[in-house]
Write a protein that binds this ligand. Sequence first.
Ligand code: SF4
Length: 292
Amino acid sequence: MLLAHNYQRPEIQDAAHFVGDSLELSLKAVEVGAEVVVFAGVDFMAEQAAILNPGKVVLHPEPLSKCPMAAMLTPEVARRYREKHPGAPFIVYVNSSARVKALADYVVTSANAAALVSQLDADTVLFGPDRHLAEYVAEKTGKTVIPVPGFGHCPVHLAITRSDLERAKREHPGAKVLVHPECTRDVRALADFIGSTSQMLRAARELGARKYVVATEVGLVHRLSMLGFEAYPASPYGVCPDMKKITLDSVVRAVLERRGVVRVDPRVAERARKAIENTFELLGVSVPWRRS
Ligand code: SF4
């Protein structure tokens, strides 16, 4: 089964059995009976699919496709922050390595981060690795959210500036603006809707517009176009080079040669899976792999 993230090249999205965000795709792998899963996305996504699908073979077609934001939070830094703030729950964004997830109390997506933090019985929390998402969660919940580390960011979303977005709005009058919370606060301030990629797709249907300007990686423009919307990137610089390292050729080679088998230390996988389960449980959602 070929799973493709929303930021993959259009031809890979078109070839995939399922296209979606990272957690959505890992859960899809849980639901469907395929023994071999090819994950077209960056390293932490394939790793997470392996964590949630221990009985399946997960192939990552391009080992050099690595998320620089996930690499900004190492286990050593995570441990240091935990020692410095012993009473604060440690929440990590899904965009982090398995070793970091294994040190967390909760693993969240951009779609459920604010809901999870608002449910916690704590006024101060640690959140990593994206400081812009941490700031957005603080705005939504009124809690103190300490970014771990202080500089964590997605270079792709940081490259989308307010002036880029203002220009795109002028060029496409009448378009509604969808913004990912990894963008800076001044870009978020221009949004008609802020949310994860899957929430943006849902919002496009609900907002009732035909035309959208999208402040996230350009891959989502293809996704929206395939759903029949007119979609435009907020900035020509919103391109993730790591997502684009995966090509159709590398996908085919991975399948034919069984290349890029993802392996996660079982003890690390178990602790990371527990932190993901903690989030489902606190949000009152049944844990999908316990159902399957
Ligand atoms: S878009 Fe940003 S967060 Fe997503 S994989 Fe690329 S660098 Fe990482």
